[in-house]
Design a protein around this ligand. Sequence first.
Ligand SMILES: [Zn+2]
Length: 687
Amino acid sequence: MRLSGIFLSTTLLAGLAVAGAQSDFDPNQNVWSLTNGWVRASFQLTPDGYFLTQQIADLQSGDQWAAAANRPTSPVRLQTDHAIFDANTQFMLVAQYAQSIAPGGIRQFIVLQDLKGRAQITVIFEMYDKQPVLRYSLKYKNLTSTTNHVTWINMVPWTFADLGQRYTAFRVNQWSVATKVQDFQPLQSLLDTGGTSVEVYSGADGQQCGWMALRDGNQRGLFAGWEFDGRTKTTVKQDGAKGYVQFSSTVLNLNHPVDPFNEFQTPNAFLGLFHGDWDEAGFRTQRFAESILAKPAPDSSTFPYVSWDSWAYGQQLSEQLLRRNADAAAAIGVQLFIVDLGWARGIGDWYADPAKFPNGLGAVSDYVHSLGMKFGLHFALAEADPSSPVLQANPDWTATDSSSYFNASPLCLSNKPTQDWLVQEAIRMIDEYHVDWILQDGQNMVKQCTKTTHTHDPADSNYANAVEGINAVVAAIQQARPNVYWENCENGGNMMTFNMVKSYVTSITNDASGALPSRSAVYGATFPFPPRYAERYMPQSDGFTPYATHSYRFGGPWVLMSQLADLPNSQIAFLKDQVQNYKNQRTDISGGKVFHILAPGANATDVIQSYNAASDTAIAVVTRAASSGPTYLFRPQGLNPAQRYTVWFEISPSVYSQSGAQLMANGFRVMLPTPYSSEVVHIEPQH
Ligand SMILES: [Zn+2]
């Protein structure tokens, strides 16, 4: 007994220590089991030919998510205009194989053929080392002799036994074009057991971020994300009588044509496990996004950037004005100098305005480079003014979308001739103006277009204008000019998806709307997204106080939208100091876990904190809006209980020395003497 006990523990330890992702296939049972020592997911092709989910388990917490009795569930859920392929479809196994994938993981292919010979469905699973996440997609191959349309897919095809528990769903709003209190608001909803759905409408022009989390009263949790920029509807519901919780996520208005013997691959999606609160769900999502999905930052030691953007001057730009601002920007430590809307002859006419730039925009760019900064340029690639040469020559290139951007018309990016023109224009623009960074702006990147004269299917607008539109255009430009980095600036943060993170190094979450909306945006966006995807634009109207600059301390790139060249020396000196403070701790925040302590509100005190395990440091921004409290008792989270820390403040001269356990249990007072005051708290280990 004793010997076997020792043997067992050694095996378990070895299993955890290896922790490399692997996929095992049992050919007798037709069972696939993917594991990385952290999670294990198993699936079976049953003797009757049904391809079903068995279970997904968290090997660290012991949490299990198993298929519900009497409710078979399958990763396969796809519909064409003639057939449904799901848990009730019989398949035979054609092939199965696995391959290693970067940056350390396994991809398992399971090739199934429908017994009626209509389709070949390939299930693709990915599992990565150290990530408690299963990523997946399906390929549909049309085996019939006529063109079929894929009309419905389920990107979150999971139904699990509810174990008699109650569940809370969690989602986060996107930005809306007109600034609202609800922008990036986190929403918690207790599921009723009668089957009422909690819904997420995501993608470009949608209402929520493309992510959802769910947990029961025992902290057993799941999170799901889908890698698609068009509009989707995702739901979760509980049927207590039948004993299950069920997710669903579909691409709206899908009608994708698939010719005989051609294939269609669904967007990737992922399902992750967590044990704990929403901060833990967010942290695991963020680590997965940073390790596997996201476009790597230009330089992780100097990013997120401090940027300057010309919008403080509107479209009244000139070479002299930009040169003067470049001098001031370089002096305060700005790294990226962005010329916003107004530099071109017109929207869609992407040549520098010769009246504003008699020496060419390249001369401004060269000057910016000579000061040691990167040069960024505004590019509203999906818009063109009706008077622009491109629309004069090709009036049919517009989308049927009714949106308007500074009087420009929407372009259909999934029309091949439009796309070819746009890619060439972007490459020329990058080369001619020596561009390092593109501020991609515009109104709704996934336009509606039902034109029959375009190269896409007129009834497949949403999918076509996402995958074969904006995604294809950006991918082609990035492939041609890989050293140019892009920021997503759709409508102030309105395409917050896990596909967006693959092409862009950051995303706007607040469009120069001021200090409080900026903090609200970061508070919400940093549940699903890594902090660097919470970029903020700071308008001059915020003023030059610690309350203003502290409101932009936590998150992604900090973009100054002020008339720098015209500021007095005292304000320049203040900004220089604040910029340095921002730079000193940005990498700790980027690599840390976000703790959402108190949500911002007009009459509230708000607190957001980061703990970075690698440096064992924490930072918190504590801000008092119009609330009455002159102090706030702050209990930091996530510290190492046994470690002794020094606590210091950027404004108050107080210094504390306590153990992590003491700090977390008892907290300490943060001084907020007047309305609209703030403090930045630093917690550092003593050695
Ligand atoms: Zn079109």
